[in-house]
Design a binder for this molecule. Structure first.
Ligand code: 5GP
Ligand code: ZN
Length: 125
């Protein structure tokens, strides 16, 4: 555990393996703290996942100490949405989703924000 009370990495975590490039992905953005990559099964013309490199398991695991990191993560969303081809607000826009826990529909237990957009109709959603 580090100062944030999250393990830096979980060796069994799919998205930690993607961050470590042990599993290939199509990059959207990367810096010291975050990685964004295209979802393997997109719902929409634009559908990428934005994750902290730190292994935060879900939004249920977030506390006040994480606020600066999550604030910076949120600021990336509109910037990356436009970069990836979402049309400008308000005619365009995007959907930001984070599934949390089994009843929230979360399958991968490493915090990830789905950013979806582009012209309708979408495959799902
Ligand atoms: P969740 O259901 O946990 O909110 O979302 C997990 C997402 O990860 C799904 O949309 C799924 O398509 C995506 N996903 C699962 N495995 C992989 C993978 O190996 N590579 C990529 N790029 N996306 C994945
Ligand atoms: Zn992880």
């Amino acid at each position: 555990m580090d100062a944030h009370s999250h393990p830096a990495h979980d060796p069994d975590c799919l998205f930690c393996k993607i961050v470590a490039k042990k599993i290939p992905s199509r990059p959207v953005y990367e810096d010291e703290d975050f990685y964004a990559f295209h979802d393997i099964a997109p719902w929409a013309p634009v559908h990428f996942l934005l994750i902290p490199k730190l292994h935060i398991a879900s939004m249920a695991h977030v506390s006040a100490q994480d606020a600066p990191l999550l604030g910076r993560m949120m600021v990336l969303v509109p910037q990356l949405a436009l970069q990836e081809g979402c049309n400008p607000y308000p005619e365009g826009g995007f959907r930001l989703v984070t599934n949390t826990g089994a009843e929230g529909g979360q399958e991968v237990r490493h915090l990830h924000w789905h950013v979806m957009g582009g012209p309708r109709p979408w495959l799902r959603g």
